[in-house]
Design a protein. Structure first.
Lengths: 323, 323
Protein backbone atom coordinates (compact mmCIF):
# COMPACT_ATOMS: atom_id res chain seq x y z
CA UNK A 1 0.00 0.00 0.00
CA UNK A 2 1.30 3.42 -1.00
CA UNK A 3 0.33 6.98 -0.26
CA UNK A 4 -0.67 9.10 2.68
CA UNK A 5 -3.74 8.81 4.83
CA UNK A 6 -5.02 11.98 3.15
CA UNK A 7 -4.72 10.39 -0.29
CA UNK A 8 -6.48 7.25 0.90
CA UNK A 9 -9.29 9.23 2.56
CA UNK A 10 -11.18 8.47 5.74
CA UNK A 11 -13.28 5.61 4.45
CA UNK A 12 -10.45 4.14 2.40
CA UNK A 13 -8.17 4.02 5.41
CA UNK A 14 -10.90 2.61 7.64
CA UNK A 15 -11.34 -0.21 5.12
CA UNK A 16 -7.60 -0.91 5.15
CA UNK A 17 -7.50 -0.89 8.94
CA UNK A 18 -10.50 -3.11 9.54
CA UNK A 19 -9.38 -5.56 6.85
CA UNK A 20 -6.37 -6.41 9.04
CA UNK A 21 -8.34 -7.35 12.10
CA UNK A 22 -9.11 -10.75 13.49
CA UNK A 23 -11.98 -11.56 15.81
CA UNK A 24 -12.75 -13.82 18.75
CA UNK A 25 -15.81 -15.73 19.86
CA UNK A 26 -16.58 -12.86 22.27
CA UNK A 27 -17.33 -10.45 19.42
CA UNK A 28 -20.87 -10.52 18.08
CA UNK A 29 -20.72 -7.21 16.19
CA UNK A 30 -17.26 -6.00 15.17
CA UNK A 31 -16.06 -2.84 13.41
CA UNK A 32 -18.23 -1.07 10.85
CA UNK A 33 -21.46 -0.38 12.67
CA UNK A 34 -22.45 2.43 15.05
CA UNK A 35 -21.06 0.36 17.90
CA UNK A 36 -19.57 -3.03 18.64
CA UNK A 37 -21.26 -5.75 20.64
CA UNK A 38 -19.01 -7.86 22.87
CA UNK A 39 -19.78 -10.70 25.25
CA UNK A 40 -19.89 -9.81 28.95
CA UNK A 41 -20.82 -13.23 30.33
CA UNK A 42 -20.15 -12.13 33.89
CA UNK A 43 -22.97 -9.57 33.70
CA UNK A 44 -20.46 -6.78 34.34
CA UNK A 45 -17.88 -5.23 32.06
CA UNK A 46 -14.49 -3.84 33.06
CA UNK A 47 -13.46 -0.76 31.06
CA UNK A 48 -10.41 1.49 30.94
CA UNK A 49 -9.18 4.31 28.68
CA UNK A 50 -5.69 5.64 27.93
CA UNK A 51 -4.39 8.24 25.50
CA UNK A 52 -0.92 8.22 23.92
CA UNK A 53 0.48 11.26 22.11
CA UNK A 54 3.37 11.37 19.70
CA UNK A 55 6.28 13.19 21.27
CA UNK A 56 4.98 12.61 24.76
CA UNK A 57 4.39 8.86 24.97
CA UNK A 58 6.21 7.66 21.89
CA UNK A 59 8.60 8.90 19.22
CA UNK A 60 8.47 7.75 15.63
CA UNK A 61 12.27 7.72 15.43
CA UNK A 62 12.49 5.42 18.47
CA UNK A 63 9.54 3.11 17.91
CA UNK A 64 7.94 1.62 14.85
CA UNK A 65 4.21 2.06 14.36
CA UNK A 66 3.87 -1.63 15.09
CA UNK A 67 5.58 -1.20 18.48
CA UNK A 68 3.46 1.83 19.30
CA UNK A 69 0.41 -0.34 18.62
CA UNK A 70 1.72 -3.13 20.82
CA UNK A 71 2.51 -0.66 23.61
CA UNK A 72 -0.76 1.25 23.39
CA UNK A 73 -2.75 -1.96 23.56
CA UNK A 74 -0.55 -3.39 26.31
CA UNK A 75 -0.97 -0.50 28.68
CA UNK A 76 -4.74 -0.67 28.44
CA UNK A 77 -5.04 -4.42 28.55
CA UNK A 78 -2.78 -4.35 31.64
CA UNK A 79 -5.32 -2.10 33.35
CA UNK A 80 -7.96 -4.75 32.74
CA UNK A 81 -5.69 -7.48 34.11
CA UNK A 82 -4.93 -5.30 37.15
CA UNK A 83 -8.61 -5.51 38.10
CA UNK A 84 -8.32 -9.31 38.00
CA UNK A 85 -10.21 -9.49 34.72
CA UNK A 86 -9.66 -11.14 31.36
CA UNK A 87 -9.35 -8.66 28.47
CA UNK A 88 -12.01 -9.13 25.79
CA UNK A 89 -11.99 -6.13 23.46
CA UNK A 90 -10.29 -2.92 22.46
CA UNK A 91 -11.54 0.25 20.74
CA UNK A 92 -9.27 2.73 18.99
CA UNK A 93 -9.65 6.49 18.63
CA UNK A 94 -6.95 7.50 16.16
CA UNK A 95 -5.89 11.03 15.18
CA UNK A 96 -3.49 11.16 12.22
CA UNK A 97 -2.10 13.96 10.04
CA UNK A 98 -3.18 13.78 6.39
CA UNK A 99 0.47 13.61 5.29
CA UNK A 100 1.26 10.52 7.40
CA UNK A 101 2.08 7.44 5.30
CA UNK A 102 -0.96 5.17 5.41
CA UNK A 103 1.34 2.25 6.27
CA UNK A 104 2.08 3.88 9.62
CA UNK A 105 -1.60 3.57 10.52
CA UNK A 106 -1.93 0.01 9.21
CA UNK A 107 1.20 -1.12 11.06
CA UNK A 108 -0.11 0.48 14.23
CA UNK A 109 -3.27 -1.58 13.75
CA UNK A 110 -1.19 -4.73 13.25
CA UNK A 111 0.46 -4.04 16.60
CA UNK A 112 -2.84 -3.46 18.35
CA UNK A 113 -4.24 -6.64 16.86
CA UNK A 114 -1.25 -8.77 17.82
CA UNK A 115 -1.08 -7.49 21.40
CA UNK A 116 -4.82 -8.10 21.74
CA UNK A 117 -4.22 -11.64 20.53
CA UNK A 118 -1.62 -12.19 23.27
CA UNK A 119 -4.14 -11.05 25.86
CA UNK A 120 -7.09 -12.96 24.38
CA UNK A 121 -8.89 -9.86 23.13
CA UNK A 122 -9.82 -8.34 19.75
CA UNK A 123 -10.04 -4.85 18.25
CA UNK A 124 -13.78 -4.28 17.80
CA UNK A 125 -14.16 -0.68 16.69
CA UNK A 126 -12.85 2.83 16.59
CA UNK A 127 -12.86 6.29 15.14
CA UNK A 128 -10.47 7.98 12.73
CA UNK A 129 -9.91 11.73 12.65
CA UNK A 130 -7.43 14.03 10.92
CA UNK A 131 -5.32 16.22 13.20
CA UNK A 132 -1.85 17.64 13.70
CA UNK A 133 -0.55 15.29 16.39
CA UNK A 134 -0.72 11.52 16.17
CA UNK A 135 -2.98 10.53 19.04
CA UNK A 136 -3.83 6.96 19.96
CA UNK A 137 -6.75 6.71 22.33
CA UNK A 138 -7.56 3.22 23.49
CA UNK A 139 -10.40 1.75 25.48
CA UNK A 140 -10.06 -1.83 26.67
CA UNK A 141 -12.87 -4.04 27.96
CA UNK A 142 -12.71 -7.16 30.07
CA UNK A 143 -14.66 -9.83 31.88
CA UNK A 144 -14.33 -10.78 35.55
CA UNK A 145 -15.57 -14.37 35.19
CA UNK A 146 -17.66 -14.15 38.35
CA UNK A 147 -14.86 -12.92 40.60
CA UNK A 148 -14.96 -9.66 42.53
CA UNK A 149 -12.76 -6.95 40.97
CA UNK A 150 -9.45 -6.39 42.77
CA UNK A 151 -9.53 -2.67 43.49
CA UNK A 152 -6.94 -0.36 45.06
CA UNK A 153 -8.62 0.04 48.41
CA UNK A 154 -8.39 -3.45 49.87
CA UNK A 155 -4.81 -3.54 51.26
CA UNK A 156 -4.72 -4.30 54.99
CA UNK A 157 -1.96 -3.98 57.61
CA UNK A 158 -0.07 -7.26 57.71
CA UNK A 159 -0.46 -7.93 53.99
CA UNK A 160 2.64 -8.51 51.91
CA UNK A 161 3.38 -6.48 48.77
CA UNK A 162 4.35 -8.59 45.76
CA UNK A 163 5.14 -7.91 42.12
CA UNK A 164 5.17 -9.91 38.92
CA UNK A 165 6.45 -8.78 35.55
CA UNK A 166 9.24 -6.35 34.72
CA UNK A 167 10.26 -3.30 36.73
CA UNK A 168 12.56 -0.52 35.53
CA UNK A 169 13.30 -2.10 32.16
CA UNK A 170 11.40 0.49 30.14
CA UNK A 171 13.01 3.34 32.11
CA UNK A 172 16.49 1.88 31.58
CA UNK A 173 15.69 1.49 27.88
CA UNK A 174 14.53 5.10 27.76
CA UNK A 175 17.81 6.20 29.39
CA UNK A 176 19.74 4.29 26.72
CA UNK A 177 17.69 5.69 23.83
CA UNK A 178 17.76 9.26 25.12
CA UNK A 179 21.55 9.14 25.10
CA UNK A 180 21.51 8.13 21.46
CA UNK A 181 22.28 4.41 21.92
CA UNK A 182 20.34 1.45 20.56
CA UNK A 183 21.61 -1.21 22.93
CA UNK A 184 21.46 -3.21 25.17
CA UNK A 185 18.63 -4.50 22.98
CA UNK A 186 16.67 -6.14 25.80
CA UNK A 187 16.07 -2.82 27.54
CA UNK A 188 15.45 -0.88 24.36
CA UNK A 189 12.93 -3.55 23.35
CA UNK A 190 11.31 -3.37 26.78
CA UNK A 191 10.87 0.37 26.32
CA UNK A 192 9.40 -0.07 22.86
CA UNK A 193 7.15 -2.96 23.70
CA UNK A 194 6.22 -3.83 27.28
CA UNK A 195 5.14 -7.36 28.16
CA UNK A 196 2.55 -7.11 30.90
CA UNK A 197 1.85 -10.39 32.74
CA UNK A 198 -1.82 -10.46 31.71
CA UNK A 199 -2.60 -13.90 33.04
CA UNK A 200 -1.19 -13.04 36.46
CA UNK A 201 -4.01 -10.53 37.01
CA UNK A 202 -6.90 -12.99 37.15
CA UNK A 203 -4.54 -15.46 38.87
CA UNK A 204 -3.87 -12.92 41.63
CA UNK A 205 -7.59 -12.45 42.11
CA UNK A 206 -7.94 -16.22 42.38
CA UNK A 207 -5.08 -16.37 44.91
CA UNK A 208 -6.83 -13.80 47.11
CA UNK A 209 -5.11 -10.50 46.32
CA UNK A 210 -6.58 -7.74 48.50
CA UNK A 211 -5.50 -4.86 46.22
CA UNK A 212 -3.78 -4.64 42.84
CA UNK A 213 -2.59 -2.08 40.28
CA UNK A 214 -0.42 -2.20 37.22
CA UNK A 215 2.79 -0.19 37.41
CA UNK A 216 2.25 2.48 34.78
CA UNK A 217 3.57 5.61 36.51
CA UNK A 218 6.24 4.00 38.71
CA UNK A 219 6.21 1.52 41.58
CA UNK A 220 6.27 4.10 44.38
CA UNK A 221 3.71 6.34 42.69
CA UNK A 222 1.35 3.47 41.94
CA UNK A 223 1.75 1.90 45.39
CA UNK A 224 1.01 5.40 46.68
CA UNK A 225 -2.42 5.14 45.04
CA UNK A 226 -3.00 1.79 46.75
CA UNK A 227 -1.85 3.14 50.12
CA UNK A 228 -4.03 6.22 49.83
CA UNK A 229 -7.13 4.34 48.69
CA UNK A 230 -6.65 1.65 51.35
CA UNK A 231 -5.70 4.07 54.14
CA UNK A 232 -2.47 2.20 54.89
CA UNK A 233 1.28 2.61 54.81
CA UNK A 234 3.53 0.60 52.50
CA UNK A 235 7.21 -0.08 53.08
CA UNK A 236 9.31 -1.43 50.24
CA UNK A 237 12.40 -3.51 51.04
CA UNK A 238 14.94 -2.40 48.47
CA UNK A 239 17.04 -5.52 49.07
CA UNK A 240 14.14 -7.67 47.84
CA UNK A 241 13.89 -5.86 44.53
CA UNK A 242 15.66 -7.59 41.65
CA UNK A 243 18.17 -5.47 39.77
CA UNK A 244 19.61 -7.43 36.86
CA UNK A 245 23.38 -7.03 36.46
CA UNK A 246 22.94 -5.63 32.97
CA UNK A 247 20.69 -2.91 34.38
CA UNK A 248 23.38 -2.09 36.96
CA UNK A 249 25.90 -1.82 34.14
CA UNK A 250 23.70 0.68 32.30
CA UNK A 251 23.28 2.61 35.54
CA UNK A 252 27.02 2.84 35.97
CA UNK A 253 27.47 3.88 32.35
CA UNK A 254 24.91 6.69 32.50
CA UNK A 255 25.45 7.67 36.13
CA UNK A 256 22.02 6.69 37.45
CA UNK A 257 21.23 4.48 40.45
CA UNK A 258 19.28 1.64 38.79
CA UNK A 259 17.08 1.39 41.89
CA UNK A 260 15.66 4.68 40.68
CA UNK A 261 14.43 2.99 37.48
CA UNK A 262 12.98 0.06 39.37
CA UNK A 263 11.19 2.16 41.98
CA UNK A 264 9.97 5.04 39.84
CA UNK A 265 10.14 3.95 36.21
CA UNK A 266 6.73 3.33 34.68
CA UNK A 267 5.48 1.77 31.47
CA UNK A 268 6.60 -1.82 32.09
CA UNK A 269 3.10 -2.60 33.37
CA UNK A 270 4.21 -5.06 35.98
CA UNK A 271 1.43 -5.97 38.37
CA UNK A 272 1.84 -5.11 42.05
CA UNK A 273 -0.60 -6.59 44.53
CA UNK A 274 -1.11 -7.02 48.24
CA UNK A 275 -1.89 -10.44 49.67
CA UNK A 276 -2.64 -11.74 53.16
CA UNK A 277 0.74 -12.90 54.53
CA UNK A 278 -0.40 -16.52 54.93
CA UNK A 279 -1.06 -16.98 51.21
CA UNK A 280 1.60 -19.05 49.50
CA UNK A 281 2.48 -17.17 46.31
CA UNK A 282 3.68 -18.90 43.16
CA UNK A 283 7.32 -18.36 42.22
CA UNK A 284 6.55 -15.70 39.65
CA UNK A 285 5.38 -13.34 42.40
CA UNK A 286 8.20 -11.66 44.32
CA UNK A 287 7.50 -10.24 47.77
CA UNK A 288 9.08 -6.77 47.98
CA UNK A 289 7.46 -5.14 50.98
CA UNK A 290 4.72 -5.03 53.53
CA UNK A 291 1.56 -3.15 54.41
CA UNK A 292 1.31 -1.42 57.80
CA UNK A 293 -1.18 0.75 59.59
CA UNK A 294 -1.32 4.28 58.19
CA UNK A 295 1.42 6.51 59.59
CA UNK A 296 1.13 9.95 58.02
CA UNK A 297 2.93 10.99 54.85
CA UNK A 298 4.69 9.81 52.84
CA UNK A 299 2.47 6.79 52.55
CA UNK A 300 5.16 4.76 50.81
CA UNK A 301 8.67 4.39 52.23
CA UNK A 302 11.73 2.50 51.05
CA UNK A 303 13.58 0.70 53.88
CA UNK A 304 11.60 2.80 56.38
CA UNK A 305 12.77 6.09 54.83
CA UNK A 306 11.10 8.55 52.47
CA UNK A 307 12.11 8.16 48.83
CA UNK A 308 13.47 11.56 47.93
CA UNK A 309 13.87 11.02 44.22
CA UNK A 310 11.01 11.16 41.73
CA UNK A 311 8.23 8.72 42.56
CA UNK A 312 6.77 8.61 39.09
CA UNK A 313 5.60 10.53 36.12
CA UNK A 314 3.20 13.49 36.25
CA UNK A 315 1.85 14.17 32.79
CA UNK A 316 1.66 17.88 33.45
CA UNK A 317 5.25 18.19 34.51
CA UNK A 318 4.29 19.53 37.92
CA UNK A 319 6.06 18.40 41.06
CA UNK A 320 5.78 14.61 41.23
CA UNK A 321 3.28 13.59 43.85
CA UNK A 322 3.97 10.96 46.46
CA UNK A 323 0.86 10.29 48.40
CA UNK B 1 -11.41 27.41 41.00
CA UNK B 2 -8.60 29.45 39.49
CA UNK B 3 -5.50 28.70 37.47
CA UNK B 4 -4.49 26.57 34.54
CA UNK B 5 -4.48 22.82 34.24
CA UNK B 6 -0.67 23.00 34.40
CA UNK B 7 -0.79 24.82 37.74
CA UNK B 8 -3.31 22.34 39.12
CA UNK B 9 -1.26 19.33 37.92
CA UNK B 10 -2.49 16.00 36.62
CA UNK B 11 -3.66 14.53 39.90
CA UNK B 12 -5.09 17.82 41.12
CA UNK B 13 -7.19 18.19 37.98
CA UNK B 14 -8.28 14.55 38.07
CA UNK B 15 -9.54 15.13 41.61
CA UNK B 16 -11.47 18.21 40.48
CA UNK B 17 -12.97 16.34 37.53
CA UNK B 18 -14.02 13.21 39.39
CA UNK B 19 -15.46 15.25 42.27
CA UNK B 20 -18.10 16.58 39.85
CA UNK B 21 -19.39 13.22 38.77
CA UNK B 22 -22.54 11.43 39.75
CA UNK B 23 -23.10 7.70 39.52
CA UNK B 24 -25.88 5.26 38.72
CA UNK B 25 -26.85 1.85 40.04
CA UNK B 26 -25.07 0.31 37.02
CA UNK B 27 -21.65 1.43 38.25
CA UNK B 28 -19.93 -0.91 40.71
CA UNK B 29 -16.43 0.61 40.38
CA UNK B 30 -16.24 4.22 39.20
CA UNK B 31 -13.31 6.53 38.46
CA UNK B 32 -10.02 6.23 40.35
CA UNK B 33 -9.00 2.62 39.87
CA UNK B 34 -7.18 0.90 36.98
CA UNK B 35 -10.54 0.37 35.32
CA UNK B 36 -14.24 0.85 35.92
CA UNK B 37 -16.73 -1.96 36.43
CA UNK B 38 -20.18 -1.45 34.93
CA UNK B 39 -23.24 -3.67 34.86
CA UNK B 40 -23.88 -5.56 31.64
CA UNK B 41 -27.00 -7.48 32.69
CA UNK B 42 -27.69 -8.60 29.14
CA UNK B 43 -24.43 -10.59 29.06
CA UNK B 44 -23.21 -8.44 26.16
CA UNK B 45 -21.93 -4.89 26.11
CA UNK B 46 -22.35 -2.35 23.32
CA UNK B 47 -19.32 -0.06 22.88
CA UNK B 48 -18.46 2.86 20.62
CA UNK B 49 -15.62 5.40 20.43
CA UNK B 50 -15.45 8.92 18.96
CA UNK B 51 -12.76 11.58 18.97
CA UNK B 52 -13.39 15.34 18.85
CA UNK B 53 -10.62 17.83 18.13
CA UNK B 54 -10.61 21.54 18.79
CA UNK B 55 -10.72 23.44 15.51
CA UNK B 56 -12.11 20.46 13.67
CA UNK B 57 -15.16 19.39 15.66
CA UNK B 58 -15.62 22.37 17.92
CA UNK B 59 -14.39 25.93 18.39
CA UNK B 60 -13.92 27.51 21.78
CA UNK B 61 -15.22 30.84 20.48
CA UNK B 62 -18.45 29.22 19.26
CA UNK B 63 -19.14 26.71 21.99
CA UNK B 64 -18.65 26.73 25.74
CA UNK B 65 -16.75 23.86 27.33
CA UNK B 66 -20.04 22.74 28.79
CA UNK B 67 -21.61 22.54 25.33
CA UNK B 68 -18.59 20.65 23.96
CA UNK B 69 -19.08 18.15 26.77
CA UNK B 70 -22.78 17.79 26.03
CA UNK B 71 -22.05 17.34 22.32
CA UNK B 72 -19.17 14.90 22.76
CA UNK B 73 -21.25 12.73 25.06
CA UNK B 74 -24.33 13.01 22.83
CA UNK B 75 -22.63 11.80 19.68
CA UNK B 76 -21.34 8.70 21.43
CA UNK B 77 -24.46 7.91 23.40
CA UNK B 78 -26.42 8.27 20.13
CA UNK B 79 -24.25 5.50 18.64
CA UNK B 80 -25.32 3.24 21.49
CA UNK B 81 -28.99 4.14 20.96
CA UNK B 82 -28.60 3.50 17.23
CA UNK B 83 -27.83 -0.14 18.04
CA UNK B 84 -31.13 -0.32 19.95
CA UNK B 85 -29.32 -0.27 23.29
CA UNK B 86 -29.61 1.73 26.49
CA UNK B 87 -26.50 3.79 27.31
CA UNK B 88 -24.90 2.84 30.63
CA UNK B 89 -21.46 4.43 30.87
CA UNK B 90 -18.95 6.77 29.32
CA UNK B 91 -15.14 6.98 29.50
CA UNK B 92 -13.17 10.11 28.67
CA UNK B 93 -9.68 10.43 27.19
CA UNK B 94 -8.84 14.12 27.49
CA UNK B 95 -5.84 15.94 26.02
CA UNK B 96 -5.44 19.52 27.27
CA UNK B 97 -2.72 22.16 26.96
CA UNK B 98 -1.06 23.10 30.26
CA UNK B 99 -2.07 26.75 29.78
CA UNK B 100 -5.80 25.96 29.44
CA UNK B 101 -7.89 27.35 32.31
CA UNK B 102 -8.79 24.46 34.57
CA UNK B 103 -12.41 25.61 34.53
CA UNK B 104 -12.59 24.71 30.84
CA UNK B 105 -11.90 21.09 31.75
CA UNK B 106 -14.29 21.04 34.70
CA UNK B 107 -17.08 22.61 32.66
CA UNK B 108 -16.49 20.05 29.92
CA UNK B 109 -16.93 17.37 32.56
CA UNK B 110 -20.15 19.00 33.76
CA UNK B 111 -21.44 18.78 30.19
CA UNK B 112 -20.46 15.14 29.83
CA UNK B 113 -22.09 14.33 33.16
CA UNK B 114 -25.34 16.13 32.36
CA UNK B 115 -25.69 14.58 28.90
CA UNK B 116 -25.02 11.16 30.40
CA UNK B 117 -27.77 11.86 32.92
CA UNK B 118 -30.23 12.59 30.10
CA UNK B 119 -29.37 9.25 28.51
CA UNK B 120 -29.37 7.27 31.78
CA UNK B 121 -25.60 6.76 31.85
CA UNK B 122 -22.66 7.90 34.01
CA UNK B 123 -19.04 8.91 33.44
CA UNK B 124 -17.04 6.04 34.95
CA UNK B 125 -13.41 6.73 34.11
CA UNK B 126 -10.86 8.31 31.87
CA UNK B 127 -7.35 9.47 31.20
CA UNK B 128 -5.85 12.95 31.24
CA UNK B 129 -2.81 13.93 29.17
CA UNK B 130 -1.09 17.19 28.33
CA UNK B 131 -0.85 18.08 24.66
CA UNK B 132 -1.09 20.95 22.18
CA UNK B 133 -4.59 20.39 20.83
CA UNK B 134 -7.65 19.89 23.00
CA UNK B 135 -8.80 16.38 22.19
CA UNK B 136 -11.88 14.75 23.64
CA UNK B 137 -11.98 11.02 23.11
CA UNK B 138 -15.11 9.31 24.33
CA UNK B 139 -16.11 5.69 24.66
CA UNK B 140 -19.73 4.94 25.45
CA UNK B 141 -21.10 1.62 26.68
CA UNK B 142 -24.64 0.29 26.61
CA UNK B 143 -26.91 -2.61 27.36
CA UNK B 144 -29.27 -4.34 24.91
CA UNK B 145 -31.72 -5.66 27.51
CA UNK B 146 -32.01 -9.02 25.79
CA UNK B 147 -32.85 -7.65 22.36
CA UNK B 148 -30.81 -8.32 19.24
CA UNK B 149 -28.68 -5.32 18.19
CA UNK B 150 -30.10 -3.36 15.24
CA UNK B 151 -27.19 -3.33 12.80
CA UNK B 152 -26.76 -1.66 9.42
CA UNK B 153 -27.14 -4.74 7.31
CA UNK B 154 -30.76 -5.74 7.87
CA UNK B 155 -32.63 -3.40 5.48
CA UNK B 156 -34.78 -5.34 2.98
CA UNK B 157 -36.52 -4.30 -0.24
CA UNK B 158 -40.02 -3.13 0.63
CA UNK B 159 -39.00 -1.65 4.00
CA UNK B 160 -39.79 1.98 4.67
CA UNK B 161 -37.12 4.46 5.75
CA UNK B 162 -38.09 6.58 8.75
CA UNK B 163 -36.35 9.20 10.88
CA UNK B 164 -36.83 10.62 14.33
CA UNK B 165 -35.01 13.57 15.85
CA UNK B 166 -33.62 16.67 14.16
CA UNK B 167 -32.18 16.89 10.65
CA UNK B 168 -30.17 19.79 9.26
CA UNK B 169 -30.48 21.96 12.36
CA UNK B 170 -26.82 21.69 13.30
CA UNK B 171 -25.74 22.41 9.71
CA UNK B 172 -28.01 25.45 9.53
CA UNK B 173 -26.61 26.63 12.86
CA UNK B 174 -23.11 26.13 11.52
CA UNK B 175 -23.97 28.22 8.46
CA UNK B 176 -25.24 31.00 10.72
CA UNK B 177 -22.19 30.92 13.00
CA UNK B 178 -19.69 30.74 10.17
CA UNK B 179 -21.15 33.97 8.77
CA UNK B 180 -20.58 35.70 12.08
CA UNK B 181 -24.18 35.63 13.33
CA UNK B 182 -25.45 34.31 16.66
CA UNK B 183 -29.09 33.85 15.74
CA UNK B 184 -31.62 32.34 15.10
CA UNK B 185 -30.84 30.90 18.53
CA UNK B 186 -32.63 27.60 18.00
CA UNK B 187 -30.28 26.60 15.18
CA UNK B 188 -27.16 27.93 16.86
CA UNK B 189 -28.14 25.98 19.98
CA UNK B 190 -28.74 22.87 17.88
CA UNK B 191 -25.23 23.18 16.49
CA UNK B 192 -23.71 23.65 19.93
CA UNK B 193 -25.69 20.96 21.63
CA UNK B 194 -27.50 18.22 19.71
CA UNK B 195 -30.43 16.43 21.28
CA UNK B 196 -30.38 12.84 20.05
CA UNK B 197 -33.62 10.91 20.59
CA UNK B 198 -31.97 8.31 22.83
CA UNK B 199 -35.13 6.52 23.88
CA UNK B 200 -36.24 6.08 20.28
CA UNK B 201 -33.32 3.70 19.66
CA UNK B 202 -34.43 0.88 21.95
CA UNK B 203 -38.04 1.70 21.00
CA UNK B 204 -37.20 1.17 17.31
CA UNK B 205 -35.65 -2.19 18.15
CA UNK B 206 -38.83 -3.09 20.01
CA UNK B 207 -40.98 -1.97 17.05
CA UNK B 208 -39.01 -4.27 14.74
CA UNK B 209 -36.52 -2.00 12.97
CA UNK B 210 -34.50 -4.01 10.44
CA UNK B 211 -31.55 -1.58 10.31
CA UNK B 212 -30.66 1.65 12.09
CA UNK B 213 -27.92 4.30 12.27
CA UNK B 214 -27.62 7.69 13.84
CA UNK B 215 -27.13 10.57 11.40
CA UNK B 216 -23.66 11.79 12.27
CA UNK B 217 -22.15 12.41 8.81
CA UNK B 218 -25.34 13.35 6.93
CA UNK B 219 -28.54 11.54 6.02
CA UNK B 220 -27.46 10.48 2.53
CA UNK B 221 -24.00 9.43 3.66
CA UNK B 222 -25.29 7.47 6.63
CA UNK B 223 -28.09 5.85 4.64
CA UNK B 224 -25.37 4.99 2.14
CA UNK B 225 -23.73 2.88 4.85
CA UNK B 226 -27.02 1.09 5.48
CA UNK B 227 -27.59 0.52 1.78
CA UNK B 228 -24.09 -0.82 1.27
CA UNK B 229 -24.13 -3.10 4.31
CA UNK B 230 -27.60 -4.38 3.47
CA UNK B 231 -26.99 -4.70 -0.28
CA UNK B 232 -30.01 -2.58 -1.15
CA UNK B 233 -30.99 0.72 -2.75
CA UNK B 234 -32.62 3.56 -0.82
CA UNK B 235 -34.74 6.31 -2.34
CA UNK B 236 -35.54 9.39 -0.27
CA UNK B 237 -38.71 11.35 -1.03
CA UNK B 238 -37.67 14.96 -0.61
CA UNK B 239 -41.30 16.06 -0.27
CA UNK B 240 -41.61 13.94 2.88
CA UNK B 241 -38.71 15.66 4.60
CA UNK B 242 -39.67 18.41 7.00
CA UNK B 243 -38.06 21.78 6.39
CA UNK B 244 -39.11 24.26 9.06
CA UNK B 245 -39.96 27.70 7.71
CA UNK B 246 -37.26 29.30 9.83
CA UNK B 247 -34.69 27.02 8.21
CA UNK B 248 -35.96 28.06 4.78
CA UNK B 249 -35.55 31.68 5.82
CA UNK B 250 -31.92 31.07 6.79
CA UNK B 251 -31.38 29.28 3.50
CA UNK B 252 -32.72 32.27 1.59
CA UNK B 253 -30.58 34.64 3.65
CA UNK B 254 -27.34 32.75 3.07
CA UNK B 255 -28.13 31.45 -0.42
CA UNK B 256 -28.23 27.74 0.40
CA UNK B 257 -30.99 25.26 -0.45
CA UNK B 258 -32.04 24.10 3.05
CA UNK B 259 -32.67 20.62 1.64
CA UNK B 260 -28.88 20.44 1.44
CA UNK B 261 -28.63 20.82 5.22
CA UNK B 262 -31.34 18.25 5.84
CA UNK B 263 -29.93 15.65 3.46
CA UNK B 264 -26.22 16.07 4.09
CA UNK B 265 -25.80 17.93 7.37
CA UNK B 266 -24.49 15.75 10.16
CA UNK B 267 -24.12 16.16 13.90
CA UNK B 268 -27.81 16.34 14.85
CA UNK B 269 -27.71 12.62 15.61
CA UNK B 270 -31.20 11.90 14.46
CA UNK B 271 -31.94 8.20 14.16
CA UNK B 272 -32.78 6.77 10.77
CA UNK B 273 -34.12 3.24 10.57
CA UNK B 274 -35.76 0.86 8.18
CA UNK B 275 -38.94 -0.97 9.12
CA UNK B 276 -41.14 -3.55 7.40
CA UNK B 277 -43.87 -1.52 5.65
CA UNK B 278 -46.68 -3.14 7.64
CA UNK B 279 -45.39 -1.86 10.99
CA UNK B 280 -47.42 1.03 12.33
CA UNK B 281 -44.92 3.64 13.45
CA UNK B 282 -45.58 6.06 16.30
CA UNK B 283 -46.07 9.71 15.34
CA UNK B 284 -42.51 10.70 16.23
CA UNK B 285 -41.18 8.58 13.36
CA UNK B 286 -41.50 10.20 9.94
CA UNK B 287 -41.39 8.02 6.84
CA UNK B 288 -39.11 9.69 4.28
CA UNK B 289 -38.31 6.99 1.78
CA UNK B 290 -38.22 3.36 0.83
CA UNK B 291 -35.84 0.44 0.41
CA UNK B 292 -35.58 -1.29 -2.98
CA UNK B 293 -33.55 -4.05 -4.51
CA UNK B 294 -29.95 -3.02 -5.19
CA UNK B 295 -29.60 -1.12 -8.46
CA UNK B 296 -25.94 -0.13 -8.90
CA UNK B 297 -24.48 3.14 -7.72
CA UNK B 298 -25.34 5.51 -6.25
CA UNK B 299 -27.00 3.40 -3.61
CA UNK B 300 -29.01 6.32 -2.30
CA UNK B 301 -31.15 8.53 -4.55
CA UNK B 302 -33.38 11.51 -3.87
CA UNK B 303 -36.67 11.42 -5.81
CA UNK B 304 -35.15 8.71 -8.05
CA UNK B 305 -32.16 10.89 -8.99
CA UNK B 306 -28.56 10.99 -7.82
CA UNK B 307 -27.85 13.67 -5.24
CA UNK B 308 -25.10 15.70 -6.83
CA UNK B 309 -24.25 17.89 -3.86
CA UNK B 310 -22.15 16.74 -0.91
CA UNK B 311 -23.55 13.67 0.77
CA UNK B 312 -21.77 14.19 4.04
CA UNK B 313 -18.58 14.95 5.80
CA UNK B 314 -15.26 13.21 5.09
CA UNK B 315 -12.85 13.92 7.92
CA UNK B 316 -9.88 13.86 5.57
CA UNK B 317 -11.33 16.39 3.20
CA UNK B 318 -11.19 14.00 0.26
CA UNK B 319 -14.00 13.84 -2.27
CA UNK B 320 -17.20 13.05 -0.36
CA UNK B 321 -18.17 9.46 -0.89
CA UNK B 322 -21.66 8.42 -1.84
CA UNK B 323 -21.89 4.69 -1.80
Amino acid sequence: MKGTVGELGEFGLIRELTARLTSTSSVSVGPGDDAAVVAAPDGRVVASTDVLLEGRHFRRDWSTAYDVGRKAAAQNLADIAAMGAHPTALLLGLVVPAELPATWATELMDGLRDECHVAGAAVVGGDLVRGETITVSITALGDLRDRAPVTRDGARPGDVVAVTGWLGWSAAGHAVLSRGFRSPRAFVEAHRRPEPPYHAGPAAAELGATAMVDVSDGLIADLGHVAEASGVHVDIHSGSVDIPSQMSDIGTAVGVDPLQWVLSGGEDHALVATFPAEIKLPARWKVIGEVRAAAGTPRVTVDEAPWTKAAGWDHFGAVPEVR
